[in-house]
Structures are given as structure tokens and as C-alpha cells.
Design a binder for this molecule. Structure first.
Ligand code: UDX
Length: 437
């Protein structure tokens, strides 16, 4: 199949490269010439394990190319994926400016019949709107079908997820279109679920909102565990043994971040509001997450009072989760922002996200990629991201390097019993603290 992908952000680049890997001829397009130049040279513009290798292989094998020229990119293609961003508007709604612009471009340059596949996360009803935008602007007498094909990839394991996903959702009312899309995706070996367009759009939002709900739910249970002396890790394990609940996404911590959950929860609240429905549970999920992100600072103040002045604080991890340099909605931003009002000295460690962090963190922070440097002479360590480098640290290293070995762990990386044995003061989320050292 000859396929075009518009938008070489996270979703578009992974989709295009993986479609090439299973044998299709793919042209990826973007309006950003710098991005296209980098990709043409075989370098990935995002950090994603395994992606660059696939990119290079498929460029070498002439299955993958990149262009800023939509006319060339769309020539002789039967399928075009829309994979541009749908950022959050101030009111929480999804901004469809890029989707609209791309739809009009497709209409302008389409020379033959096309299936337009929407990968971007868009509110229910948008695919019908895309169809209209294209129809109204078509220059040639060609047949355009629009289908929804939402994305469920996790950052940091996107390539793996493409080949090992739980389902591929295809939303269209046209059987031939569904057959073609199922055929294109067959080599991935992932089960296909066919439905109508509106339901496909809703599946994406409902899935992300449900996962976010699981996280906020277990975080509230964790907060109650702390006050009742229960251990949230054991509680989650016991809950997860019930197949109806499932054990995944029950890790208590300092909340969810990233490019999807925060944006998609807000967007679904907004979608509901538009049809006069007050999505109360989801509003609670968002609010709980907001508070949970700064929980370590609250714990710190509870422990030391608000006189944190001149304290040296090691912040371990900046990215919103490990194996990515993505800083979008990362808890570290809120933590550092709240800490800064207490006039403390912050040294932040992250193996790869520092460049991105500097773009969004405005406060005065010393950055280092050397974890031991961050810990040296620190009064307390706050664990924000569960990088392997953080999880592998031994309590003796904290003891050896820090002024006082006091750890506030936002990702439950260590066993409190081991902390006790090592005589380290250790506070985590929803588990008993170790204070007598
Ligand atoms: C998510 C969805 O998993 C994916 O299907 C969707 O397409 C995009 O959004 P991603 O944002 O890459 O993927 O990250 P994910 O691994 O799902 O984690 C999201 C956030 O939830 C992270 O901040 C993580 O730390 C947090 N999380 C996850 C928890 O706090 N507890 C958990 O048990 C799981």
C-alpha cells in the first residue's frame, strides 16, 4: 500500500515508521522543514526506544521518506493518516486548528480516491467535520472516505506497543474502508475491533479517562492508607487479583502526567459539558491528580514545618515517567514550583530530560545528569520519576552522600523494611513511613 502520514510528532512518526516496517510505502509529511531534514538523515526527532533503528532501516530500503511538500507527498497515495496535534484550549476543549488545516490541505492536493484515517485524538463528531472540510474544499472529482483509528501507544514503549497492542480500533460506516484498513494493519498481528465513527472516537477518550480514574482512585486509597496504617502496595495487590479489577495501573504515586491523560480528561469533561452533562467523577479524578502531584512537598512541610529555608534538596527525576524526555504535565514542574516559594536550593537529576525541563521550569535549579552529584550534601531527596538509575540506588549511597539520609519517594521505588534495616528515614506514598532511625 502507498500511504501518506501528515504530522511527524510522536504519533505520526511512530505510525509511519511502523507501517513502513510491515512493508508499506510511506511518506511522512510535516510543515516543519528542520524536522523533515533531521528525519531524512535517519535521525529521530523524539526519544523512543527502537525507533531510530527502524527509521534508518526503512529509509535505506526505500519504504520510508519525508517531505514538506504535500503535493508530492499525497501523489499516488491511497491512504492518508492525519496525525497532527490537538492541544488543549484554555477552556479544556481540544484545539482542532491543525486538524482543520490538514483536512483542507488534503482536499487541495488530492488527485485520486483517498481513505483519510484520523489518528489524532479528536472529540466525538470531528471525523464527520473532517469529511465536510474536505468535501467543501475538494479541487478534483475524487472519492474521499474518512475513518477513525485512535492511538493507544504509551511513550517509551510505542514501537513495542505497535506490534503488541491489545486492539486496533477502526471506526467507519463503510465496510470496504474497514476491510482495507484491517488489511493494512494485519501484519501487526493485533486484534481489530470495528465500530462506527463516533464510538471509535469515544473509545479513545473513555479508555484514557478510565485509566486516569484508576490512578486517582488508588492514590486516594493510598492517602487513606497513610492515615489508617494500611499499606497501599498490599491493598493494590489484593485488589488486582480480582480479574474484574486487574492489577495494572494501580501503582500509587504522585499522579499522572504526560501528553495524553491530563489533556484527554479535560477534553472529555468539556465534551460532556457541551451536551449538558456534568462528568462529576472525572472532575474529581483531575482534582485529586492536581493535589497528588505536590504531595511530597506537603509531606516535607509536615515533617519540617514551613521553615525549609536554605535546605538543599535533591530532586531525582524530571520527566513525567521513565524512558522519555517528555516534560509535559510532569509532576516535577509543580514540585519545583511549590518548593521554590520556600527559598530552598534545588539540584535536579535526570538522565535525559534536562534540556526539555529547562524550557518549562522557570525557577532557579541546578541540573545534573550525575545522580551522586545531586545527592551530595543534600538534606532531603525527593523521588519524582522512577528511572532505573534511581531504583538501583542503594540506601548506603544515600547515607554516604547526603548530609542526612531522608527520602521522600513519590514512586514507591524501595522497600520500607530495607530502609528501616539501613537506618534511613523513608517516606513513600500510602505505606508506613520509617522515621525512627
Ligand atoms: C497513556 C496511555 O497509556 C496510552 O494508551 C495513551 O495512548 C496515551 O496516554 P503515556 O502517557 O505514554 O500513555 O503514559 P503511561 O505509561 O500510560 O503513564 C501515564 C502516567 O500515569 C504517568 O505519569 C505515570 O507515572 C502514571 N501512572 C501510570 C501512575 O501514576 N500509576 C500507574 O499505575 C500507572
Amino acid at each position: 500500500m502507498n500511504i501518506a502520514v501528515i504530522g511527524t510528532g510522536y504519533v505520526g512518526l511512530v505510525t509511519g515508521t511502523c507501517l513502513a516496517e510491515i512493508g508499506h510505502h510511506v511518506t511522512c509529511m510535516d510543515i516543519d522543514p528542520e524536522k523533515i531534514k533531521t528525519l531524512q538523515s535517519g535521525r529521530s526527532t523524539i526519544y523512543e526506544p527502537g525507533l531510530e533503528e527502524l527509521l534508518q532501516n526503512n529509509i535505506e530500503n526505500n519504504r520510508l521518506d519525508f517531505t514538506t511538500d504535500y503535493a508530492t507527498g499525497l501523489a499516488n497515495k491511497g491512504i492518508v493518516y492525519i496525525a497532527v496535534g490537538t492541544p488543549e484550549n484554555e477552556d479544556g476543549s481540544a484545539n482542532l486548528t491543525f486538524v482543520e488545516a490538514v483536512s483542507k490541505d488534503i482536499a487541495k492536493y488530492a488527485q485520486n480516491d483517498l481513505i483519510v484515517v484520523t489518528k489524532s485524538t479528536v472529540p466525538v463528531g470531528t471525523n464527520h467535520q473532517i469529511q465536510n472540510w474536505i468535501k467543501e474544499n475538494l479541487q478534483q472529482d475524487v472519492n474521499i472516505k474518512v475513518a477513525s483509528n485512535p492511538e493507544f501507544l504509551r511513550e517509551g514503549s510505542a514501537v513495542y506497543d505497535t506490534f503488541n497492542g491489545d486492539r486496533i480500533v477502526i471506526g467507519t460506516d463503510d465496510e470496504n474502508t474497514a476491510n482495507t484498513l484491517e488489511e493494512i494493519n494485519r501484519p501487526f498481528g493485533v486484534p481489530v475491533y470495528r465500530t462506527d465513527v463516533n464510538s471509535a472516537e469515544m473509545i479513545k477518550y473513555a479508555s484514557n479517562a478510565f485509566l486516569a480514574t484508576k490512578i486517582s482512585f488508588i492514590n486516594e486509597i493510598a492517602n487513606i492508607c497513610e492515615k489508617t496504617g494500611a499499606n497501599v502496595a498490599d491493598v493494590a495487590k489484593g485488589m488486582g487479583m480480582d480479574d474484574r479489577i486487574g492489577s495494572k495501573f494501580l501503582n500509587a504515586g504522585i499522579g499522572f502526567g504526560g501528553s495524553c491523560f491530563p489533556k484527554d480528561t479535560q477534553s472529555l469533561i468539556h465534551i460532556a459539558k457541551e451536551v449538558d452533562y456534568d462528568f462529576e467523577i472525572l472532575k474529581g479524578v483531575v482534582e485529586v491528580n492536581h493535589q497528588q502531584k505536590v504531595k511530597l512537598v506537603d509531606q516535607l512541610i509536615e515533617r519540617f514545618g514551613s521553615s525549609l529555608e536554605q535546605m538543599k534538596i535533591a530532586v531525582l527525576g524530571l520527566a513525567f515517567k521513565p524512558n522519555t524526555d517528555d516534560m509535559r504535565e510532569a509532576a516535577s514542574i509543580d514540585v519545583i514550583n511549590k518548593l521554590s516559594s520556600y527559598n530552598v536550593n534545588i539540584t535536579a537529576y535526570d538522565p535525559i530530560a534536562i534540556d526539555q525541563a529547562k524550557k518549562v521550569i522557570k525557577e532557579n535549579v541546578n541540573y545534573t545528569t550525575d545522580i551522586e552529584e545531586a545527592l551530595t550534601n543534600a538534606d532531603v531527596a525527593l523521588i519524582i520519576t522512577e528511572w532505573d538509575q534511581v531504583k538501583q540506588l542503594e540506601f548506603n549511597t544515600f547515607k554516604k552522600l547526603m548530609k542526612t539520609p531522608i527520602i521522600f519517594d513519590g514512586r514507591n521505588c524501595y522497600d520500607p523494611k530495607e530502609a528501616e534495616k539501613a537506618s534511613v528515614e523513608y517516606h513513600s506514598i500510602g505505606r508506613p513511613s520509617v522515621t525512627k532511625i
